[in-house]
Structures are given as structure tokens and as C-alpha cells.
Design a protein around this ligand. Structure first.
Ligand SMILES: [Zn+2]
Length: 493
């Protein structure tokens, strides 16, 4: 099918439509016509004699639809009768901010890439291809989830810009970005193209030569981890297990943001590279003024087994900056609103499926019992469970050179507790390293905290004591979001 996209404004819409009619005769006929720009409802209502044209879609105008005109405003995904799928966000950066969570959730639910994505703003990843704009990072994840064949923006009125094609690795979808200038500018104000909704573009060698690196995947490009499974001294059956474990794909992974079974009602906040949810089967229980369990998970959006997969300058990377800011925002809420301390637990292992941090509020009078609880569980782990890796925790502060050396080495495997007595003092870090072929008690973190809090029945998340209904989970999320709002890093900046 042949499509035409044109960009105008309220003052030039009538002239623009006359031009489009001529184009439709000269270069068409088009099967769909998409008009981008801030048109008043009245002006669109006044468009007459559209019968020469196919269905016209306007982006950025509200009002009622009729057989000739379908209007899109805000954000959403629309499937035309002929199966063409159009996603859109006519929002300004401010509006994108305000609707961040619902916007992301809408696009997260897509089962397959869409054909066209129309947006007012540029994503910041695309803007990095061009010097004129900085774009907004709020659209990066949306485009990554939509993986459109054509992403067409109209935020820059004065320039026409067309990127070279690039490919999304996961879907093999070839994508292009185009910004169309306004009709009143002296630059290209319309773009016509052919598209077949049911066909994925074939890429041969000559096409490949013309493609650029995907700007959405460039940032997270990492050094390949050494494939040392073969020489690790593991038994063949363990090698196989390890390989299998690595094969868990994003669409079956419970922590993967793109997994459509991920439960919206548990999401607390969504950042650029990470997001936060309440925990399923929380360990902690409401205490004092805190009327919710407060057990949270902090998860990178990307499907990575370890925190450090060899990113350049790991400590300064955007992922570490953002996740640290998230962690501290919860610590702050726990302390300032509820006079609670916080313990963060994480496992860094090549054998993990998807890295995450567990954040747990602890009544302040109990936090000094951490060391004793840790020692006791270590004793059990090291003496009674012969099969488990013997753990030996070292204590550090967050900027200790020794600690950073461990964390900055992508080959390190370790368990870590971060103990925040309050949000105003430097936390203490307890870290125990292990070899990747050693057996680790995955419940170790929960075991230590359950012992501290005297909650032995809550060690396992799926035990009857911890089970919550969907209604309870929804309530937990809402109750946490209320006091968290003023600390949430995603609702600031
Ligand atoms: Zn995952």
C-alpha cells in the first residue's frame, strides 16, 4: 500500500489539504493519508469534499471521528481495517512525563512490532544522530517496544531529516526515522512511501551495507562475556544446565519488562533503564506507621543476568546511576516517612536469569541485629549445608577501592547486602564472593532478614504466609506509591 504523511498547522491546513488532493492524483492514489500538526477541532470539521481522498488520519487534533477523518490525540495504538498498525504520541515532553507509566504500559503490551509510529517529540537516542535536537529519553523505551518500520516525527517544524535504516536485533525489524518539516517552511513537508503490513523487510548484503548501527541498541552494547563454560571444569551435565539457564528468553522471563505477563498492578515506578515493583509474596509485613509491606524489587529493563556485564565505565554508567538513585529514593522514604532502616540484597551471578535488587524496610531498633543474623545464617550455611558454597562476607563502605574493584570486574560473582541505618549516613556493604560453579542458597538474603525480623514462616516467597491476592497486591502498590511520590526519581527532573 502507498501512504502519504504531511505536516501542517492550523493556519495552513486548508491549503495543505488542497495540495494533498493534487498529490493524490499525481503520485497516488494513496491508501492512507496522515496529517500531523496542531489543528483546531473547528478547522478539521471545516474540511470539505474529502471524498476524493482515502481515509484521512489527523494527529494532534481532538474531536469526533467520521467516515472521512479519524483523529488521534494523546497516545495509543490503532489497527486499521487493512491491518496497518499505527502507534502515536502527540504529547509534549511535559505530557509524556505525566503519563509515563500508562504510556509505557500500553506499548509494553504489544505482541509484535508495529508499522508506523507517529510522535511529536524525538526520542533522545534518535536525536543523537543529529545535532539540532536533544530529544526526550521518555520515548526511547516506547520506540524500543514498538519497533516501528517507520517512525515519523513532526517536532522540528523547520527541517526535514531522514535517518539511514537500522535493525532491531530481537525482531529483525528494519526501521527508519523521518522528521517532516511544516508546510510553511521551505523544506520537505510531505513523505510518501510504500508499506506492506504483513511483510518483514528482507535484508540482503547490499542493503546491510547501507544500514547504520541501531541508535536504541548502541548504548547498551557490551563486551561479550568470555564463553568459558567449556573450560570451567564443570561436569558436562552442569555445563548443559548452565547453557539452558542462559537460554531463558525475555518473553518467558518474569522480570522482563517486555514480557506481557508482567503484572502492571505491581509496578511502582518506571525509569529509563530500570523499573521498580512490589515483591510477590513479600517478606516484610506492615509495621508501625507503614501500612504496607514495603518489600520492593528494583530491576534493569534490559534482560541481563548480572549488574555488571562489562559496560564501559560501569560505576559511571547510566544504569548504575539510575538504580542507585532509585535505591536511595526508597531508603529516604523508609527513613523520613516511617523512621525505618533499609536492607538491600542482591545476587550477582552468571547463572542468574535477570539481575534484580531486593529492598526491604527494617524497623530501626532491629537494624543493629543484622551482623548477628548474618553470622547465624552463615554458620548454618557453611556448617550444616555441605553442598552450599562456603560464604565469607567482607565489610566495606561504598567508595572503598577494594569493594569497587570487585564490583567493577564483570567476572565477579557475589552476594551483597547494603545496610542503610538511615538515609543520612553512609551505608555498610557486606559482600561475599563465590565461584560460578558453586551452589548458592538463593534464599540466603531472605533467610537473614527473616531471622532478624523473627518471621521464619516468610522465608520463601511462595509460602502460604506470604501469598497475596491480586486485590491485596494492587492495594500494596497504591499504598506505597502515595508516600513514595515525593521521592520517586521518575516523577522528577
Ligand atoms: Zn529478563
Amino acid at each position: 500500500m502507498k501512504l502519504l504523511v504531511a505536516h501542517g498547522s492550523d493556519s495552513n491546513l486548508l491549503t495543505l489539504v488542497e495540495k494533498v488532493k493534487k498529490l493524490n492524483i499525481k503520485a497516488g492514489p494513496f491508501s492512507h493519508i496522515l496529517l500531523l500538526g496542531d489543528f483546531e477541532e473547528e478547522t478539521v470539521n471545516n474540511l470539505k469534499k474529502l471524498e476524493d481522498l482515502p481515509t484521512v488520519y489527523t494527529f494532534g487534533s481532538s474531536g469526533e471521528n467520521n467516515t472521512d477523518i479519524i483523529r488521534f490525540n494523546g497516545f495509543g495504538v490503532y489497527e486499521c481495517q487493512d491491518k496497518l498498525t499505527i502507534g502515536y504520541s502527540t504529547q509534549t515532553t511535559k505530557e509524556l512525563h505525566e503519563s509515563r507509566k500508562t504510556l509505557t504500559n500500553q506499548f509494553r503490551k504489544l505482541e509484535k512490532p508495529i508499522d508506523i509510529f507517529i510522535s511529536r517529540e524525538w526520542s533522545s537516542d534518535i536525536a543523537s544522530l543529529n545535532d539540532t535536537f536533544s530529544g526526550t529519553n521518555l520515548l526511547n523505551n516506547v520506540v524500543k517496544m514498538a519497533q516501528p518500520k517507520y517512525h515519523i516525527a513532526y517536532g522540528d517544524n523547520n527541517h526535514y531529516f531522514e535517518s539511514k535504516p537500522f535493525m532491531f536485533e530481537e525482531s529483525l525489524q528494519v526501521s527508519r526515522f523521518i522528521n517532516i518539516a511544516d508546510f510553511d517552511s521551505s523544506n520537505k513537508w510531505a513523505y510518501a512511501f510504500n508499506l506492506d503490513p504483513s511483510v518483514t523487510e528482507e535484508v540482503d548484503e547490499s542493503k546491510k551495507k547501507d544500514m547504520i548501527e541501531n541508535p536504541y541498541e548502541r548504548k547498551q552494547k557490551k563486551r561479550q562475556l568470555p564463553e568459558d563454560t567449556e573450560n570451567s571444569g564443570l561436569k558436562p551435565e552442569d555445563q548443559l544446565k548452565l547453557k539452558k539457564a542462559r537460554k531463558v528468553l525475555p518473553n518467558t522471563c518474569h522480570f522482563c519488562f517486555t514480557n506481557s505477563s508482567l503484572q502492571d498492578h505491581m509496578i511502582i515506578s518506571i525509569g529509563n533503564l530500570s523499573y521498580m515493583t512490589i515483591a510477590k509474596g513479600p517478606l516484610t509485613v506492615p509495621k508501625g506507621d507503614m501500612k504496607f509491606s514495603g518489600h520492593c524489587l528494583l530491576i534493569p529493563i534490559e534482560h541481563i543476568a548480572k549488574y555488571n556485564i562489562g559496560q564501559e565505565n560501569f560505576s559511571e554508567s547510566e544504569l548504575v546511576q539510575e538504580m542507585t538513585a532509585y535505591e536511595k529514593s526508597i531508603v529516604k522514604m523508609n527513613y523520613r516517612k516511617f523512621d525505618m532502616s533499609t536492607i538491600v540484597f542482591e545476587i550477582n551471578s552468571e547463572r542468574s536469569i535477570h539481575f534484580h535488587k531486593q529492598l526491604l524496610p527494617i524497623p530501626k531498633y532491629l537494624i543493629m541485629k543484622f551482623q548477628a543474623a548474618l553470622d547465624r545464617q552463615l554458620h548454618y550455611n557453611n556448617e550444616k549445608f555441605y553442598n552450599n558454597a562456603k560464604l565469607n562476607f567482607e565489610k566495606y563502605s561504598p567508595d572503598d577501592v577494594e569493594y569497587l574493584k570487585i564490583r567493577n570486574d564483570p567476572k565477579s560473582n557475589y552476594l551483597q547486602f547494603t545496610v542503610y541505618e538511615t538515609s543520612e549516613v553512609v551505608p555498610q556493604i557486606y559482600i561475599a564472593m563465590f565461584q560460578q560453579d558453586m551452589r548458592i542458597d538463593l534464599q540466603f538474603g531472605r533467610r537473614v532478614v527473616a531471622f532478624m525480623l523473627k518471621l521464619p514462616k516468610r522465608i520463601k516467597w511462595d509460602s502460604p504466609a506470604c501469598l497475596q491476592t491480586k486485590e491485596q497486591e494492587t492495594k500494596e502498590t497504591e499504598n506505597l506509591q502515595k508516600p513514595y511520590k515525593e521521592f520517586d526519581i521518575a516523577s522528577q527532573d
